[in-house]
Design a protein around this ligand. Structure first.
Ligand SMILES: NC(=O)C1=CN([C@@H]2O[C@H](COP(=O)(O)OP(=O)(O)OC[C@H]3O[C@@H](n4cnc5c(N)ncnc54)[C@H](OP(=O)(O)O)[C@@H]3O)[C@@H](O)[C@H]2O)C=CC1
Ligand SMILES: O=C(O)C1=N[C@H](C(=O)O)C[C@H](O)C1
Length: 266
């Protein structure tokens, strides 16, 4: 079987470098190019700390997608550039697998429509960790019984977006089961702005950013005389790589955009 030809955008990043190591360990994946704004024209293996790949690095994503024959683009960059890369990939018939978080609802809708019109597979997964997908699904289930819920997500302090993509997706899944409800006392007042967190249809989301953390989320439900907490911890970035690899493999057979790894699991 021919290997799946992959471009990685953001190869020097925490996730991008983990993705390169995952590709190196996979017999069925081949790195054919990288998109990186700082090392145009260089070869991956010449960069400190990256695996021994001969693939060329491109600053300009359009040039990369024109010059390199690829099946899949893995994007692990920033919301602004991730959105541009995903759009360009779809325009060029390359299937995007996107871990980058922080896209707006409008951007997600536009990309979904583009993939559908072009009949090209795409995956946008706010969290590639299998445990995190289960945590979100369990939370959706629990919300049928407990409409009072708050999300506490904790991440490293280099993270750009808040709330996390996982928290946003969790709230969306919970809202498929939960009626919109204002939580807490009806006369509740914040004496310090932000004390009650972000509000998503009355559901509160609290974002913690500290050095030492990786990626963690607790979903707390409250009922009469009881609480239920569903918790997931990624203790390193290998936790995301099973989902990235699975997405790259599955996207080859898809012709629509899947938002969330749960759509690819049995
Ligand atoms: N879906 C999931 O399971 C996960 C998703 N994420 C998400 O993935 C994204 C990356 O996270 P992480 O690896 O921790 O972040 P990092 O900051 O470590 O890496 C981001 C990389 O993107 C590069 N970059 C920035 N702008 C551009 C550009 N214009 N063109 C090409 N590359 C660019 C940065 O380069 P430079 O050094 O020049 O700034 C950097 O190397 C985030 O959105 C994060 O939320 C993270 C973990 C899991
Ligand atoms: O930036 C991160 O680190 C992570 N981002 C994703 C998110 O925003 O949910 C996934 C995971 O939480 C790690």
């Amino acid at each position: 079987m021919k290997p799946i030809k992959v471009i990685v955008a953001g190869p020097r990043g925490k996730m991008g470098s983990a993705a390169l190591r995952m590709i190196q360990q996979s017999d069925n994946l081949q790195l054919v190019g990288c998109i990186d704004r700082k090392f145009d024209g260089q070869i991956v293996k010449d960069l400190d700390g990256l695996p021994d790949f001969e693939a060329k690095i491109y600053e300009d994503p359009e040039v990369c997608l024109n010059e390199v024959e690829a099946d899949v683009l893995i994007d692990l960059t920033t919301p602004e550039f991730g959105y541009k890369h995903t759009k360009l990939a779809l325009e060029n018939g390359v299937r995007p697998v996107v871990g980058t978080t922080g896209f707006t609802k409008e951007q997600l809708n536009e990309l979904t429509e583009m993939a559908e019109n072009k009949r090209i597979g795409a995956v946008i997964a706010p969290n590639f960790a299998i445990g995190a997908v289960l945590m979100m699904q369990f939370s959706k289930w629990a919300a049928k019984h407990f409409p009072d819920v708050e999300i506490i997500e904790r991440h490293h302090d280099q993270k750009l977006d808040a709330p996390s993509g996982t928290a946003v997706k969790t709230a969306e899944l919970i809202q498929e089961e939960r009626e919109a409800k204002h939580q807490g006392h009806p006369d509740e007042k914040e004496t310090m702005k932000g004390a009650r967190g972000a509000d998503s249809e009355g559901l509160k989301i609290h974002s913690v950013r500290l050095p030492g953390l990786v990626a963690h989320q607790e979903v707390m439900f409250g009922g009469s005389g009881e609480t239920l907490t569903i918790k997931h911890d990624s203790i390193n970035r290998d936790s995301f790589m099973t989902g990235v690899k699975l997405s790259v493999e599955r996207v080859m057979e898809m012709d629509i955009l899947a938002y969330g790894l749960e759509n690819l699991l049995d």
